[in-house]
Design a protein around this ligand. Structure first.
Ligand code: OGA
Ligand code: MN
Length: 297
């Protein structure tokens, strides 16, 4: 069996994996090599794949049990038969979208972090893509954390942030959610703003979405100011990379240490993507053990 090749796409995030057909069952060695590359590069790109929904599910379920798809925004009429395949598309049938997020910008976010157990990662597979636009950006939250000014780094370690459940990254209200105005009262889940990655042990910023975020225990104005400062830092291009899609691409991101976004594209173009998401664990922060005198000796 040919070993896979791992080709880093930037110094900061992302690697392309070649030499594997994801429609076929993966050997233990191949899976382990892919998993190790994923932990090292946070986002993996596989090109020229040809996957049915069941094959996408089988591949992504190697990384853990699949999570159910999130609630779509109000208008979406889902045409899939799976509880686990989420459609991201602007295509409309009878004036109703077959998937979520439309054709506009999707702002920086982490998927489904309004849940107590957010997915550990996701796989997004391109069935139809526009010739330009609709690029997806990924940002390395280990690097963003490491580059924080030291006073801010110490401060965020102690804070918890509420991840709002009401609107998706295209700004659309999720089905059944109230349209709240005060972020401190929106439905969602509190998570530590710095989380320790459960596999790599490395700390990273964990922000979710800016809209309706709220830092627990702070007056609203102070929470807004601190969030603006942290988001201005975390959104810097020096931590990120944007991918230009081709049909047959599959991208996997580690949803614990990566944020993603999407550029807008021509509303007249068709874009159809199928996504699976893998159940994760409860975010936690474990401060690094202080170095002992012996460690220095
Ligand atoms: C997602 C997502 C962006 C895109 O699938 O979670 O944010 O590029 N997609 O479609
Ligand atoms: Mn997303």
């Amino acid at each position: 069996m040919t070993p896979i090749t791992v080709h880093p796409l930037t110094q900061r995030i992302g690697a392309e994996i070649s030499g594997v057909d994801l429609a076929q069952p993966l050997s233990g060695d191949t899976f382990n090599a892919i998993h190790a590359a994923w932990m090292q590069h946070q986002v993996l790109l596989f090109r020229d794949q040809n996957l049915s929904d069941p094959q996408l599910e089988t591949f992504s379920a190697r990384f853990g049990a699949l999570d159910r798809k999130p609630g779509y925004s109000a208008d979406v009429v889902d045409t899939t038969t799976s509880d686990f395949v989420c459609v991201i598309s602007n295509v409309k049938i009878d004036n109703k979208p077959i998937g979520d997020l439309g054709d506009g910008e999707a702002v920086w976010h982490t998927d489904m972090s309004y849940n107590p157990l957010p997915p550990l990662g996701a796989a997004l597979y391109a069935l139809e893509v526009p010739s330009a636009g609709g690029e997806t950006g990924f940002s390395n939250m280990y690097l963003a954390y490491e580059a924080l000014p030291s006073a801010l780094k110490t401060r965020v370690q102690t804070l918890q942030c509420k991840h709002d459940a009401t609107r998706n990254s295209a700004g659309l209200l999720r089905r059944g959610m109230p349209d709240v105005t005060d972020p401190s009262h929106s439905p969602g889940t509190l998570h530590p703003m710095v989380r320790t990655h459960p596999v790599t042990g490395r700390p990273c910023l964990y922000l979710g979405r800016r809209r309706h975020a709220y830092i627990a225990g702070l007056p609203l104005a102070e929470s807004e100011k601190l969030l603006d400062d942290i988001w201005a830092h975390a959104s810097k291009p020096e931590f990120s990379w944007h991918h230009s899609w081709r049909k047959g691409d599959l991208l996997m991101w580690d949803n614990r240490c990566v944020m993603h976004r999407r550029n807008p594209f021509d509303p007249a173009a068709r874009r159809v993507m199928h996504r699976t998401q893998i159940i994760g664990d409860k975010p936690f922060f474990k401060p690094a053990a202080p170095q002992t005198a012996e460690a220095h000796a």
